[in-house]
Design a protein around this ligand. Sequence first.
Ligand code: GDX
Ligand code: MN
Length: 384
Amino acid sequence: MTVVAFPFKSEEASVVAANLLTATHNRAVDEVWAVAAQEGDAMARVAAVASEISAAEAKPVLVFSQERIGSYRAGKGDGMNTAIGRAAEAGVDRLHFYDADITNFGASWIDGAERAADRGFGVVRHRFPRPATDAMITWMVTRPGLAMLFRGSLLPRLGQPLGGEILLTSPAIEAIASDPSVRARSDWGIDTILTHAMTTQGLDMYEHLVPDGKRHALYGSLDELRTMMTECLDAVASLGGKQGPSPDSRFHSDPAAPVPNDLKSIDAYDVSATVGLLGESWSQAEVDLAKSLPGQVAPQILENLSGPNFEFMDEEMWGLTLGHLLANFRLGDATWESLAFRLWVTRVLAYTTSAADLGYDAAMEYLESTIRQYQTVGDHHVQP
Ligand code: GDX
Ligand code: MN
């Protein structure tokens, strides 16, 4: 049995409905699941369209709320783990996941993953171009973190280590459903932990390219990503010292394709609204913590007490900063969370106003080069 699952919280009902329909209509798909963050209006609205689609397409479309499974904040991770647990119990052969807010979801996503699974790949990940200023957690936290922790492996090479668009076949479903570190990760950290887990089981991995890009809800000020940023930072830091990818698994990634022009000119977040975050609500405890940052990072970040200062956070300064964060950051500690988020904001603004200004292609080349650079620093910056 093949299942397509969508975790959803409060997305536009028409977008979710279109995605449920696309999945249900696909001949490879036997059942569609929508996993709600909680019971309530959003769930009731999706349940209403789901029953219409189910009747029209003569296929089960199940809407249910997530269980409390993990030990972090109850979030997307509980949603995904609820589906993974159900799939393992029901003996599902293939479980696809897609974010519910994708506005250009189509049959080719499902078909591309299915084709790779038919060729024997045990896990499939979708990869897609994103605007130069989108994916800032991926580019500034997760990929550099994976580069420092697992250099030379396939982990830093994955295009979308945080992407919620994946296919697990039954051996992966079973292994992941009983993996305590995946089960525990109930928050935004789930994607990082799943990505790592998918590479350590000796299964062949296929990275399927969606050339049109992933179109989805974008952001206002980066403040909207505060929780996601700190949880994703904690998740990658938690992989320190863990076993890396199994060296003899096959890894195939589709070759690059031309990127749509309109995507190249999308601004993914509001820069001027974000600059205001730099000087906002510093506590004395955060000032003191900032003083322990390495090298020039400490005096430079503290300049923000008197006015915005972010240009200093180039790739080298960020390597130093991220290494320090990987070793010392504490999720749940308000001072650490505020400082880590502020440091990331300086990095994103510095990049946005320098490399990203050179245009999409130059920006991507620059970002890829930073990942290569972080692989060579490796242990240098990450003290155990
Ligand atoms: N069941 C459930 N429970 N679903 C949730 C919850 C929750 O608590 N929170 C969010 N979702 C759903 C949401 O409705 C959407 O379908 C999906 O999860 C992703 O959330 P979204 O707000 O669209 O996240 P965003 O900003 O698009 O981030 C995605 O890409 C990031 C990245 O690639 O950088 C998301 O897959 C992140 O996990 C990922 O880090
Ligand atoms: Mn989204």
